[in-house]
Design a protein around this ligand. Structure first.
Ligand code: 13P
Length: 246
């Protein structure tokens, strides 16, 4: 299966900056066959205009979050249905920044995942990962397993197994400290084994956390790393394309 590389622009860029980055990505795409699937997730504000720029190109787009609620009286919410209208392909759910800054819990992430699968054809990208304290205490696997169980065990997986998981160790996000390819591979293989117990065999597992052009190739060469979720290094067209072609 093709590797999947997603750029998560977070809240780093304003509206105009987002449009400029989307245009740069299109203009600077190397003239080489693209063996990976590529997508970017801009802010909600920029999403419709970025979608217009990327339409007809090789780059897909998605959202960084959505509410589980149906369209209606939900002030400040963004519905899954509106993301479908914008032809989003992906929606990131349960990013650690949503968990840490907005108090999102595994149960909320599960509800969002269920709503996504029941009401849309969007591909959910569900994030899990441990803190530094949990890793240092030897509880990284236990933490991730707890998150996976809480989020996935009551989920009915669609026949296409389109759910994507992203392993993003919190200590590696925006810190410059990357998980080594061995550490990441070990966790991905652990996650894969657990998914197998649920019969979720086609689920792709991405790695995220200080991915750069310099480390992307080694990470992508591991058998259980199906792709990358890239934050900071996706904010420049040249570094993002270097990662895609790493
Ligand atoms: P960085 O690549 O900036 O560490 O962010 C990773 C991330 O959180 C992607 O979702």
């Amino acid at each position: 299966m093709k590797k999947l590389i997603i750029g998560n622009w977070k809240m780093a860029l304003g509206y105009e900056e987002s449009l400029r980055l989307a245009e740069n990505l299109v203009l600077s795409q190397p003239y080489k066959p693209l063996s990976a699937e590529v997508a970017v997730c801009p802010s909600f504000v920029a999403l419709p205009s970025v979608a217009n720029i990327l339409e007809g190109t090789a780059i897909f787009w998605g959202a960084q979050d959505a509410t589980q609620f149906e369209p209606g009286p939900v002030t400040g919410g963004t519905s899954l249905e509106s993301l479908v209208e914008l032809d989003c392909r992906y929606v990131i759910l349960g990013h650690s920044e949503r968990r840490q800054l907005f108090g999102e819990t595994d149960e909320l992430v599960r509800d969002k995942l269920r709503a996504t699968l029941e009401r849309t054809n969007l591909i959910p990208v569900v994030c899990v990962g441990e803190t530094l304290a949990e890793r240092e205490a030897g509880r990284a696997e236990e933490t991730v397993l707890g998150q996976l169980k809480a989020i996935l065990t009551s989920i009915v997986m669609p026949a296409d197994h389109r759910v994507v998981l992203a392993y993003e160790p919190i200590w590696a996000i925006g810190t410059g400290k990357t998980s080594t390819p061995e550490q990441a591979e070990a966790m991905h293989s652990f996650i894969r084994q657990f998914l197998g117990t649920l019969g979720f065999n086609g689920v792709r597992i991405l790695y995220g956390g200080s991915v750069k052009p310099e480390n992307a190739g080694k990470l992508l060469s591991r058998p259980n790393i199906d792709g990358l979720l890239v934050g900071g290094a996706s904010l420049s067209a040249s570094s993002f394309w270097s990662i895609v072609f790493a």
